[in-house]
Ligand binder design. Structure first.
Ligand code: PAF
Length: 269
C-alpha cells in the first residue's frame, strides 16, 4: 500500500490506470470500511482509499474536534488489505480555492439529517466531487448505514458523472445489533448497551412504525427512558420512493438519529 499526500502525485500515479475503485473515508477505520474496501478490491483493478476529515461537513466545532482520529491505527488496519493507494490529502489539496457554495443536490438533503445539519450533504457532495476530479474512479463505494448520504450522492453522481457507478454496500453490525460507525469509538460500554437496546426495539417495532404514524411518539418515550439525550428523528420511509427514478418494489426502512450524551448516532433498519 502506497501512501500519497498530494494530488499531483496521485494523479501521476493513476495515469493510464482505468478500472479504479475508490473508498472515501474520514478515518476511524472499522469493519464497515473494510467490507467496502474488500468489495472494491473484488470489483476493481486498483483501489484507492482516502482518509480526509472534511471540516466543511461538520455543523459543530466540537463534533469536528472530537471526531475519532488515529492515523497510526488506521494504517495498521489497512496495510495488509491489498489497497493500492492510501490518499491522505490536506485541506489545501482538496480545497485550493475554498468550498463550492453553489453545489446543487437533491431536495431530500433538506429532510432527516438535513433538518438538523443544514448544508451537511452539500459539503459531502462537494468533497466527493473534488475526489472524483482528482481520481477519476470507475466505481465509488458507500455504506448503506448512511442511507441518506448514499441516496443523495448516488443521485448527484448519476446526474453529473453518469459514467461512474456508486456501489452500495450492506451495513455491518456488531453481534449486539449496533451498526459499525467511526463514532462508536467514542462510546462507553454503557452507551453501547443503550444503542443495542434501541436497535432491537426499533427492529421489533418496524411494522408498527410503518403502519401507525402516531406510534413513533410512544417509541420515543421508551428511548428517553433508556437514557437517550436527544432524538433528532425516527422516520419510516420507502427507500425506493425517495429519489427518482422510483423503483416498483417497496423497501421500507426506519431512519433514526439520536444522541447518547453528546455523540450523535444514525442508523436505518
Ligand atoms: O461517510 C463519510 O465518512 C463521509 O461523509 C465521506 C463520504 C467520506 C465524505 O467526507
Amino acid at each position: 500500500m502506497k501512501i500519497i499526500l498530494h494530488k499531483n502525485k496521485i494523479k501521476k500515479f493513476l495515469e493510464n490506470k482505468k478500472n479504479l475503485g475508490f473508498v472515501p473515508t474520514m478515518g476511524g477505520i472499522h469493519k464497515g470500511h473494510i467490507s467496502l474496501i474488500r468489495e472494491s478490491i473484488k470489483k476493481s483493478e486498483y483501489t484507492v482509499v482516502s482518509i480526509f476529515v472534511n471540516k466543511q461537513q461538520f455543523n459543530e466545532e466540537n463534533d469536528f474536534k472530537t471526531y475519532p482520529r488515529d492515523l497510526k491505527q488506521d494504517i495498521e488496519k489497512l496495510k495488509n488489505l491489498d489497497i493500492d493507494v492510501l490518499y491522505l490529502p490536506n485541506h489545501n489539496d482538496i480545497y485550493p480555492n475554498g468550498y463550492n457554495k453553489k453545489i446543487k443536490i437533491n431536495i431530500f438533503s433538506k429532510k432527516l439529517c438535513g433538518k438538523n445539519r443544514p448544508k451537511h450533504f452539500e459539503a459531502v457532495a462537494d468533497v466527493i466531487e473534488r475526489f472524483i476530479e482528482i481520481l477519476n474512479p470507475k466505481n465509488i463505494f458507500f455504506g448503506k448505514k448512511d442511507m441518506q448520504q448514499l441516496l443523495i450522492v448516488e443521485d448527484f453522481i448519476r446526474k453529473k458523472y453518469p459514467f461512474i457507478k456508486v456501489v452500495a454496500c450492506n451495513t455491518i453490525r456488531e453481534k449486539n445489533g449496533v451498526a459499525l460507525s467511526s463514532r462508536n469509538f467514542l462510546l462507553t460500554k454503557n452507551d453501547i448497551n443503550t444503542a443495542s437496546k434501541i436497535v432491537k426495539l426499533i427492529k421489533k417495532n418496524k411494522v408498527k412504525l410503518i403502519q401507525d404514524k402516531k406510534f413513533k411518539n410512544n417509541l420515543k418515550k421508551e428511548l428517553y427512558k433508556f437514557g437517550v439525550n436527544k432524538i433528532d428523528y425516527i422516520e419510516p420511509l420507502d427507500v425506493n420512493k425517495i429519489i427518482k427514478p422510483f423503483r416498483k418494489k417497496r423497501n421500507f426502512k426506519i431512519f433514526f438519529a439520536y444522541y447518547l450524551r453528546r455523540i450523535r448516532l444514525i442508523d436505518n433498519i
